[in-house]
Design a protein around this ligand. Sequence first.
Ligand SMILES: NC(=O)c1ccc[n+]([C@@H]2O[C@H](COP(=O)([O-])OP(=O)(O)OC[C@H]3O[C@@H](n4cnc5c(N)ncnc54)[C@H](OP(=O)(O)O)[C@@H]3O)[C@@H](O)[C@H]2O)c1
Length: 388
Amino acid sequence: MAHIGPKDGPVAVTGAAGFIGAHIVKNLVEHGYEVRACVRDATNQPNTAHLRLMNSAGPGSVSLHTCDMTIPGAYDTAFEGCVGIFHAAAEMGNLEGSTPMKVYEGGLIATQMLMDSIKKAGSVKRLVYTSSFAAVGHPSPDGPYTEDSWADMNQDKRPDGARWSMETVKKNREVAYAMTKVESERYVYAEADAAGFEAFGVCPCHVIGPLLARTHQRPWAWQTRIGDMLEGYGHPRMFWNIVDVRDVAEAQRLIAECPDNSNGQRYNLVATDESGLIPQSEVQAHLQKLFPGKGIAGNYREGELRRGPVAVLEKCITQLGLKPHSPVQSIMDNAYSLLAWELVQMRDGQDNWQRDGNDLGIQSKWSPHLYPAIDPEVRQKLEAEGKG
Ligand SMILES: NC(=O)c1ccc[n+]([C@@H]2O[C@H](COP(=O)([O-])OP(=O)(O)OC[C@H]3O[C@@H](n4cnc5c(N)ncnc54)[C@H](OP(=O)(O)O)[C@@H]3O)[C@@H](O)[C@H]2O)c1
């Protein structure tokens, strides 16, 4: 058994400055680990100061390391002597200059290089890889899904333009993301097996909860969409499968410390029960209860809604003993943190929110501009038409 604990040696977290990564670092530090926080630029204070702050909270410690995962060997030094690696860095497609192909490469290719650094270190016992629910349920309409569900099943059910191939990857971010997560997961399990250590996958769905830094208000991130609702910006209909960011982080530590799991096991990080499997109108209702009389947005337009993805948290509770937050707590803490960071402003008047037929000129922070990782050909066309 190769499970780890805080006394076994240092651990490293990639994507440590990000929403999930920062919560992983916080959780590990709170449990006494010596954490090497790998960020793209350790001199970027606004994006990393929240990690330095954790250092004084202890009882563990944090050191910052600049590592760009697109550069071979970037993690060699940071991983030296580490017993555990938590890989949460990813190219999500929401960064300036992003393309579907960069999303794909920021998954599989970056993970392959990261595995090379792990093998060079020779000290790593466990890797916990943050995959995604996109690697589980994407995009077959059926559920419920379990950890045995893989998104590359049922290829024949996919519509034209969404079948998995490198040609589709170049044009379609959703396919690029799901495909790179599936391939990265399979890659790390096979390589870990061959190299004699253990790798695990974590597959979260809609992650929300408290922002630890102002920089966590990132476009096309669920925690930011809650902010849009607070500001009164209505969105297209959506069915949420809510998981708390603190539970995603706690589960990762528990996976690394668990004596009863082994290489290749995956964990869906999803709603505990029906209370977290809710349409956007119910998220709106929760926020309205919290902030009575404010213009909290819901659906931009009414209409039919597909119920899914349906999956519930089970393995993390039964095997790891995870005690998840309730969705109401997650929504509430997400909202309060946005207010505390002064990242959102609410409007008076319960009906005072933007939707079809009620344009109030509110700008979205979730989708402030054209999504970066769209098909490059489509972008060229839109730009030529002045819509870019
Ligand atoms: N949030 C969700 O709902 C959700 C759901 C399912 C799966 N996930 C997965 O969870 C992981 C973390 O996501 P998140 O929500 O925490 O996103 P995030 O806040 O955007 O964090 C992603 C991190 O990746 C880092 N990164 C990007 N490009 C990099 C590069 N070239 N070199 C080094 N680091 C780089 C970013 O660094 P900078 O801070 O310097 O930009 C950022 O800290 C990802 O693998 C994502 O696919 C998230």
